[in-house]
Design a protein around this ligand. Structure first.
Ligand code: IMP
Length: 436
């Protein structure tokens, strides 16, 4: 039984396979909403034999009878939005109606230059995410609504471009970073107010032509709620990348946790079911602590069998065992009702499986997720071992038909976290999903 509204939230470090469960749940919802992040996200939606890599668009975009909303809390690169829409429209003529919040902040070329310029190792996606949110909270940002007034936007871009050129110069001086001629000329282009104004006004015009409607998305969404339309909130990134609740500073700059929905949409849906998505193992891209990371042959096997390479950046993902300390934390932070456990099939063929149930630090066992990121760099996982299975499980349609060892593995997770595993992914195809 699916509740009226559903939130799909990542419980790990992103890339849990949220796209597939969003796609499954889509049928039961009218409106699909992105509420945070930007084009740092990456998921592939498979329709029939075709696959569509999406970064910024809500997954519902592929379905004519759905309404899609890029809400207030999302930051938007309009050039990317145009590219994504144009490339989809080449393959599907009738897509969903798309609304873009007037309040959404816009990623400008200088944000992309500033992303990672200090050389501090966070391993961002280099899409300008951190600097755009920084300017938003610093009350320095440019919002989609600013592009409806060409005089206003011209002045805003001029001021911001000049300010950013000075800021970038100062950062480079402070960190004693020497640039090549090519890099210098890139910064010049990325702060060229006149060119940027022309380009960005063109992108917004193009979006209008593509049927994207700039709107007060809070009003729109609350209107849908009062008309009893069912809403699917599509999370991007994940709990452990949350700017407050994640492994700070190895995080993204938005709120992928449940609170991000309320902040990022300006609505409070009642009857909201929260589905947490977790891989049957774990992966992480970018820097940061990862106690259950496998730097060995098993890690390589997971990477190879699970095709663990980033959709957005192509980077090989770090791979490891499932971490229940982290999963329990994600369940509590988000008030998760049920888990969608993805990629169980990737574990097929491994002789012994492990799940971390606690961390060991010196002579102390830690059962709760420590807020000190530095401590998570030092802990050793305490593992429970399980027998693996050799069968190919991709055609299995019910929990009871899974090999007994696989059932044991899943049941152990359920028991430990205290909520049901309602969906189990057993292969990449949308049909390869056990629903309980
Ligand atoms: P940013 O979001 O580009 O600022 O990157 C900050 C951190 O979040 C880096 O470790 C990224 O690798 C990670 N990250 C951002 N988006 C995703 C995602 O969609 N999946 C996995 N990791 C992500």
């Amino acid at each position: 039984m699916i509740n009226q509204h559903t939130a799909v939230i990542g419980t790990q470090w992103g890339d849990e396979g949220k796209g597939k469960i969003v796609d499954y749940l889509m049928k039961k919802h009218d409106v699909v909403v992105r509420f945070q992040g930007g084009n740092n996200a990456g998921h592939t939606v498979v329709v029939g034999k075709e696959s569509f890599p999406l970064h910024l668009l809500p997954s519902g975009i592929l379905y004519e009878n759905k309404t899609c909303l890029i809400a207030d809390g999302v930051i938007v690169n309009p050039e990317v939005l145009v590219e994504e829409l144009v490339s989809i429209r080449k393959r599907i003529t009738k897509t969903a109606k798309l609304y873009l919040s007037k309040r959404s902040h816009v990623i400008m070329p200088w944000h992309i230059v500033r992303d990672g310029i200090t050389g501090k190792k966070i391993g961002t996606t280099q899409r300008g995410i951190g600097p755009t949110y920084t300017d938003a909270t610093g009350r320095q940002g440019i919002r989609a609504m600013d592009f409806t007034d060409s005089k206003r936007i011209k002045d805003l871009i001029k001021e911001n471009a000049e300010f950013n050129r000075v800021m970038i110069d100062s950062i480079l001086k402070f960190y004693q970073i020497k640039l090549s001629q090519k890099e210098k000329s890139h910064i010049k282009t990325a702060t060229d107010a006149q060119k940027i104004t022309t380009d960005y006004l063109r992108y917004f015009k193009k979006l209008e032509k593509l049927g994207v409607e700039l709107t007060d998305s809070t009003e729109l969404l609350n209107g849908y709620l009062s008309k009893q339309k069912s809403i699917l909130f599509e999370g991007a990134q994940a709990t452990l990348l949350d700017i407050i609740h994640g492994d700070y500073p190895y995080v993204t700059s938005s709120h992928p946790t449940i609170g991000g929905i309320f902040i990022g949409t300006g609505c409070r849906p009642r009857d909201l079911q929260v589905i947490g998505v977790s891989k049957a193992y774990s992966t992480r891209v970018g820097e940061g602590p990862y106690p259950t990371e496998l730097d060995d042959k098993i890690g390589e096997t997971l990477r190879k069998n699970g095709h663990e390479f980033g959709t957005t950046t192509g980077r090989p993902r770090r791979c490891g065992w499932l971490d229940l300390v982290a999963l329990k934390y994600a369940v509590s932070v988000n008030g998760i009702d049920a888990i969608s456990l993805t990629k169980l099939d990737v574990l097929s063929g491994l002789e012994t499986l492990r799940i971390a149930t606690a961390y060991q630090f010196k002579d102390k066992q830690i059962k709760n997720y420590p807020s000190e990121t530095w401590l998570r760099e030092k802990v050793k996982p305490v593992y429970k071992e399980f027998l693996g299975w050799n069968e190919n499980i991709s055609n299995v349609k019910s929990f009871e038909k899974l090999p007994k060892t696989a059932q044991k593995y899943v049941s152990f997770i359920e028991k430990q976290i205290g909520i049901p595993v309602k969906f189990i992914g057993v292969g990449p195809d949308r049909k390869e999903l056990i629903v309980r």
